[in-house]
Ligand binder design. Structure first.
Ligand SMILES: Cc1cc2nc3c(=O)[nH]c(=O)nc-3n(C[C@H](O)[C@H](O)[C@H](O)COP(=O)(O)OP(=O)(O)OC[C@H]3O[C@@H](n4cnc5c(N)ncnc54)[C@H](O)[C@@H]3O)c2cc1C
Length: 512
């Protein structure tokens, strides 16, 4: 009987490259199957969360610092509400941040968001591609998988055929990083559960000549989300606006089968442009150079299983959830960090699956925001945030377990975080009292043109948090007073719906 061949990584985009590099760091020889260097076109996955961000910064922050840009907040513009979640000091110093990417050893967890970033995916994917292929443990084969043979009895991939070149028989382990193709899942006939209707995504980059080190506009320091609604914008969609140095990433997702699912991509981007402008967020003069518009269709879903005897569905091959959660690269970094251990302990794949399945309720929380009615009161905003916040301690607990190779039953900090997450899932307001009020600022803008107005004290992180905390109680009490609607008594201040103002681009200037 011959020994099984080396582990194989299928797919050479970012997820596959991260797995490959993780195996190389552990000195494990492997085969990476893929194509050429990633193209220099706008790509998705630029906002990072509390798991992926510290991990990517820890691993690559020293080598490729030019790919990382501070992410200091998440803002949500929904209905007449503008909400800011202040995650980190926007003026944090380079030296402090560098501590979380030490040359040796593992840093402590960056609790105050110091290692939260946006990623320049064009530069990063290319840099990581070159690095992964240059590792002596990586044997890169430029080809495509044409067929996978799966043996259901042993729950293993037993042969991989390629469009050219010899097959690989009895691979030791297969990391499937083929994203939506999910080749192993197909070969194993695993069911795929859709988590919502098919989506169409249109997106692009806008550029400026230079990167300002400290731009004065608050929205140029974090992830900005916008819920477009048909009454005001003429269509329902979820959009993002992410500053990455001299680049601004802008795009939106809408139901592919919906009323506007077949619209021209240029028209959709023009509508989005207008939607931001009608909220007082006019980015075009600051970023005048528009890149080609990208267009894709996909569906959020989860596969029946994430792992088997000799295989793992990496990141998006297993699960994808609503993009505002920014969890895509968390699923990939988690898989990559576990990769070397999975070879001897395939049972860890079950832990991975359980952890990733924990994202499904988060998908539904976001689905309520993206596809449900717009916010009509501050209480609804706080409720949404409270429901979303308990996912954070759980995710950090999982990340710390992976980082410290501590999957055993006892880990005090992990338990504490999991307990907080559990209590928060049962009684969501607890999360607001556990620090949530300090980082949240929400305000009503009867005139939506004022939604992007400055958030006072944004650039004074500590004062911002203290003031937000002090302001929370009277704000909550004020919000709790029953009214017929949040804008009752102020109808004259409302911007009329788009149906009354004509097509998006010719909309009349806002009422003030
Ligand atoms: C609208 C949207 C916004 C997003 N925003 C974020 C975000 O803010 N933050 C975040 O973390 N994530 C985000 N994501 C997710 C993120 O884009 C992905 O997780 C990330 O890009 C990693 O993709 P991937 O490498 O797993 O898969 P892909 O990029 O899909 O790569 C799959 C690879 O498999 C290869 N392949 C396929 N078939 C074969 C075959 N037969 N043989 C060989 N190779 C094959 C392909 O060529 C490709 O290289 C977003 C996703 C969407 C849709």
């Amino acid at each position: 009987m011959t020994a099984p061949a080396a582990p194989v990584v299928l797919g050479s985009s970012l997820s596959g490259l991260l797995v490959s590099l993780s195996l190389s760091r552990a000195g494990i020889e492997h085969v990476l199957i893929g194509g050429g260097e990633p193209a220099a076109i706008p790509r998705l996955g630029e906002a990072l969360t509390d798991g992926a961000s510290p991990e990517l910064w820890r691993l690559f922050g020293r080598e490729f610092p030019e790919c990382f840009f501070h992410k200091s907040h998440i803002s949500i513009l929904d209905g007449h509400f503008a909400t800011l979640i202040h995650l980190a000091d926007p003026l944090r110093g380079k030296k402090r941040v560098a501590k979380f990417a030490p040359a040796q050893g593992k840093p402590r967890y960056p609790w105050f968001g110091e290692a939260l970033f946006h990623l320049d995916r064009i530069a990063f994917d290319r840099a990581v591609y070159r690095k992964a292929l240059a590792e002596p443990c990586c044997r890169f084969v430029t080809t495509r998988v044409s067929h996978l043979e799966f043996d259901a009895a042993s729950d293993a991939v037993i042969r991989i055929d390629f469009s050219d070149g010899p097959p690989i028989e009895r691979p030791r382990y297969v990391f499937d990083a083929t994203g939506g193709m999910s080749l192993v899942a197909r070969a194993a006939r695993l069911a795929e559960t859709p988590l919502g209707p098919a989506q169409r995504v249109v997106f692009t980059h806008f550029r400026r000549a230079d990167a300002e080190p400290r731009p004065p506009e608050w929205w140029r320091h974090g992830t900005n989300l916008l819920r477009l609604d048909r009454d005001f914008d003429g269509l329902d969609a979820m959009a993002w606006l992410i500053p990455i140095g001299r680049t601004l990433s802008v795009g939106m997702s809408l139901d592919a089968e919906g009323e506007h699912g077949a619209d021209d991509r240029g028209d959709l981007m023009a509508r989005l442009d207008e939607a931001f402008r009608r909220r007082g967020l006019d980015y075009r003069p600051l970023y005048p150079d528009q890149q080609p518009i990208q267009d894709l269709r996909h569906r959020y879903s989860v596969r029946q299983r994430a792992s088997g005897r000799n295989w793992l569905l990496v990141g998006g091959s297993f699960i994808t959830i609503w993009f505002p959660s920014s969890t895509g690269l968390w699923t990939a970094t988690a898989a990559a960090a576990l990769a070397p251990r999975l070879l001897d302990r395939p049972d860890l794949g079950v832990w991975y699956e359980k952890t990733m399945r924990g994202l499904i309720p988060l998908h539904h929380v976001w689905d309520g925001l993206v596809r449900g009615p717009s916010f009509r009161s501050s209480l609804q905003v706080y409720r949404f945030l409270a429901r979303g916040m308990h996912f954070i301690p759980r995710r950090i607990a999982s990340y710390l377990r992976i980082l410290d190779d501590a999957h055993g039953w006892f880990r005090p900090l992990g338990w504490l975080l999991t307990l907080v997450a559990l209590v928060g899932s049962v009684v969501p307001p607890v999360m607001l009292f556990l620090g949530g009020f300090a980082v949240v600022r929400t305000r009503l803008a009867p005139d939506r043109m004022r939604q992007a107005a400055a958030f006072p004290l944004y650039f004074h992180s500590i004062v911002f948090r203290v003031w937000s905390l002090l302001r929370a109680v009277p704000h909550l009490l004020w919000a709790a007073i029953p009214r017929r609607g949040p804008l009752a008594g102020k109808p004259g201040l409302l911007r009329p719906p788009i149906s009354e103002t004509g097509p998006a681009r010719s909309a009349a200037p806002p009422a003030s």
